[in-house]
Design a protein around this ligand. Structure first.
Ligand code: SAM
Length: 348
């Protein structure tokens, strides 16, 4: 456990040390790592679990990421929500107790900078005590500045993989790791609480890719990190590939919690889809955020990034009581709170 303790104390592990941590994993080691990660999370955030209301407002996308079920070339039945529909999702979410809304979508050219700005202002003026997170992909720094000035608080843009060769195997050549990373840097400069992250078990991913991811996260210090298993979608080039491992996803979540004690770390929908108790397992491995779905019922079945994506039960905004109950049985509490990033200042 020497390396795990060193990580917890802020050490930068060498590649060789990371390789050891990643490849020598067994159930006993993983259980200890989960316990340590849980203790770190409890120290920073107590027993609180933050919720975010996820509004998947468009599944149009100009990109063609090989893994994604709403890629341009996929035959998804397309939709986009109107401003009124989005505000009505927020309204029901507010009544359930959500104080953060996440607007997520494909890179849809219909949502120009101006339309996004208008949408952000509308949400922030109707729900001034709520945080607004955007997850709409790669934009110019000018656009990001506009969004920030309009009141958006946070931005999720998974880096997907910090390994250049791997990035190329997951995306067409027009999409580059350099550009993705420059977007992340711009978001941070502009003062967004910024989220990076990656899938676990995507095709061609190796231990070396994970080392790149972990070293990048340690250096970049995002306020949020999204990690979920890759799950194949039938209408993508990766249709026949295997899904990522739930156990490895949990282990990586725990390592990230140890490395970035204050990080806002979701137990992702993909984790909840890949494993029956994925959300609870994620919390027990150090996660402190859950993002139930607030999209209108008639579009939920269309935002399918991967096959069998869950949007009922614990994954549904309107079933928050179920989530509260499940979370309380493991000793945690779903709270009505914006759930902003906290720093350790004054806590040590
Ligand atoms: N377009 C925005 C972007 O690129 O950041 C936001 C939407 S994108 C669909 C959200 C995330 O879904 C991606 O960052 C990716 O990691 C994840 N995702 C896409 N396809 C997936 C799959 N087959 N399995 C698991 N996660 C997937």
């Amino acid at each position: 456990m020497g390396l795990i303790d060193a990580l917890e104390q802020g050490a930068k592990l060498t590649r060789e040390e990371w390789r050891h941590v990643l490849t020598k994993r067994n159930k006993e080691i993983a259980d200890v790592v989960f316990q340590k990660a849980s203790a770190v999370r409890d120290h920073v955030y107590g027993k609180k679990i933050y919720i975010r209301g996820l509004i998947e407002f468009t599944n149009y996308c100009k990109n063609d990421c090989y893994y994604c079920g709403i890629r341009r070339s996929a035959g998804a039945s397309r939709y986009r929500l109107s401003k009124e529909e989005i505000l009505s999702c927020c309204e029901s979410g507010y009544a359930y107790g959500f104080r953060t809304f996440v607007l997520q979508g494909g890179e849809d050219p219909y949502f120009t900078e101006d339309r996004m700005e208008d949408l952000i202002r509308a949400v922030k003026s109707e729900f001034p005590d709520c945080a607004l997170t955007l997850s709409v992909g790669e934009k110019s720094e000018k656009a990001y500045r506009k969004f920030r000035e309009a009141g958006a608080d946070r931005y999720l843009l998974r880096h997907e993989t910090a390994n250049r060769e791997h990035y190329k195997r997951l995306h067409p050549s027009a999409q580059t790791l350099e550009h993705r990373m420059s977007c992340l840097a711009a978001l941070k400069r502009l003062g967004f609480q910024t989220g990076a992250g990656f899938m676990v078990g995507s095709p061609y991913q190796t231990t070396e890719c994970f080392i790149d991811d972990l070293q990048f996260l340690q250096e970049f210090r995002p306020e949020m990190v999204g990690i979920g298993p890759f799950i194949p979608h039938h209408d993508t080039p990766f249709a026949g590939e295997e899904a990522g491992s739930v156990e490895l996803t949990l282990y990586l979540l725990a390592l990230v919690r140890l490395m970035l004690p204050c990080v806002l770390l979701p137990a992702t929908t993909a984790l909840g889809t890949a494993s029956e108790n994925g959300t609870m397992k994620g919390i027990l491995a150090g996660a402190n955020v859950v993002m139930p779905n607030l999209s209108p019922q008639n579009v939920r079945g269309k935002y399918l990034l991967y096959d069998n994506k869950r949007n009922t039960g614990l994954e549904a905004g309107e079933s928050l009581a179920l989530l509260k109950e499940a979370v309380s049985t493991i000793g945690y509490e779903v709270v009505t709170d914006r759930g902003d990033y906290q720093s350790l200042k004054g806590k040590k």
